[in-house]
Design a protein around this ligand. Structure first.
Ligand SMILES: *[C@@H]1O[C@H](CO)[C@@H](O)[C@H](O)[C@H]1NC(C)=O
Ligand SMILES: *[C@@H]1O[C@H](CO)[C@@H](O)[C@H](O)[C@H]1NC(C)=O
Length: 396
């Protein structure tokens, strides 16, 4: 019965895993507006077989993700991916353009760095056109003390938007784009507490810029910025103090005026001027003789190979005798050594026989150094039954 329970448990785990492989999520990005999808680490942790909480244990393994457009090696150009460490959530984010409208399937593969398991998930993107949403006025803020992952969180974006709304005097704002400063040639900060890469946030609206924003178009402010002098602004701290905004890097983009072709350029009729008949160069038709080239490139290696072969044959056939001779000589030397060792041993043996001195007492068996008493090994055995002598004397 217990065996059955365990097996059904494993089967259930296997089944949920299979289902997990097939899970798909629908998401609906809108053209021109920032889209963020969080790859929740805890969700994927639960999908891994190991972390089925059989015994009420929950795991926290490192998980990394790889993402690609279905049947392509990489993501579509508008979609970017970031994950700071394998112990944090991953994010897919980006702003689709008009060309991306339609259905895109993104495959997400989650890798467990501890158990090497993988789980696949499909994200079905239905990219929609922005109906009636025009964002011709755009402002890009540079926040120095944030990483891109931090501002991808929805609550942080909303919090930031409150500050932007108060500067712009409107609530009709959307986040258009978020870019890490590293993507614009920024440097990776030193690993010192509080240093961040920095991030650009672009907000868009159909409401024209407020006077507060328009002051940044003032040449005086730009002059002070280029001279790196402190700015005197009259509406700078509308943001919560956790955002350190570099005001000199604020960019205003005004797309409200349709772009006219500059006057001065005269469109042509689209037909090139007649320049006569085209004569292809005749030289290429001439046939070229490659015989000598062929002979040189093949003959030289063949001759070299033959010479090497002859040298090898000579070494193998004619030099062999010499080798044999050398071997014979080595055997002679070895025999000579052997004989001399034998002679020396015999000599030592005869010398030892001639010597007639008693052996030192200490080399005799059962000699007591202190008493000088000698005992036969047998006698000793009867006096002391060593098996009853304790190895360690009992301590009282
Ligand atoms: C968003 O920012 C990225 C990186 O700077 C850029 O490649 C992309 O074109 C931007 N998208 C839009 C819609 O502005
Ligand atoms: C900020 O703007 C200045 C001047 O336009 C530029 O030199 C600098 O690289 C910008 N800094 C960042 C981090 O974008």
């Amino acid at each position: 019965m217990a065996v059955f329970a365990v097996w059904s448990c494993f089967f259930a785990a296997f089944l949920t895993r299979c289902l997990a492989v097939q899970t798909s999520h629908n998401v609906y990005p809108v053209v021109g507006v920032l889209f963020v999808h969080e790859l929740n680490k805890d969700y994927f942790q639960e999908e891994f077989l190991r972390s089925q909480t059989f015994y009420g244990i929950s795991y926290n393994d490192g998980i990394t993700f790889s993402t690609n457009l279905q049947s392509f090696p990489d993501r579509p150009g508008w979609l970017r991916y970031t994950q700071r460490t394998p112990f944090q959530n991953g994010y897919l984010y980006g702003t689709p353009t008009q060309a991306d409208v339609g259905r895109q399937v993104i495959e997400v593969n989650a890798f467990n760095r501890k158990t090497y398991e993988t789980v696949r998930q499909k994200l079905i993107f239905s990219i929609q056109e922005s109906v009636g949403l025009m964002l011709p006025y755009q402002v890009e803020f540079f926040i120095k003390n944030k990483d891109v992952e931090e501002v991808l969180l929805e609550e942080v974006q909303q919090d930031f938007q409150v500050g932007a709304e108060s500067m712009w005097n409107t609530q009709r704002l959307s986040v258009v784009n978020i870019t890490s400063a590293l993507d614009r040639g920024g440097r990776v900060p030193l690993p010192i507490e509080g240093r961040k890469e920095g991030v650009y946030i672009k907000m868009g609206s159909d409401v024209p810029f407020s006077p507060c924003l328009r002051q940044f178009l003032d040449p005086k402010i730009q002059q002070r910025c280029s001279e790196q002098l402190p700015l005197t602004l009259h509406c700078e701290d509308r943001f919560s103090p956790q955002y350190q905004i570099i005001w000199c890097n604020l960019t205003l983009i005004d797309n409200s005026q349709p772009v006219h072709p500059t006057a001065g350029t005269v469109p042509g009729d689209g037909i090139l001027q007649d320049a006569g008949e085209y004569n292809p160069p005749s030289e290429s038709l001439e046939s070229r003789d490659y015989y000598t080239d062929y002979m040189i490139t093949t003959l030289i290696p063949v001759v070299l190979a033959l010479i090497l072969l002859l040298i090898l044959i000579y070494i193998m056939c004619c030099r062999r005798e010499g080798l044999e001779k050398r071997e014979a000589k080595t055997t002679d030397i070895q025999l000579f050594h052997h004989h001399s060792i034998q002679d020396n041993t015999n000599e030592l043996r005869t010398m030892a026989n001639v010597r007639d001195v008693p052996r030192p007492l200490s080399t005799l068996p059962m000699f007591n150094v202190r008493t000088g008493e000698r005992m036969s090994p047998l006698q000793h055995q009867f006096n002391y039954d060593t098996s009853h002598v304790p190895l360690i004397t009992a301590q009282h």
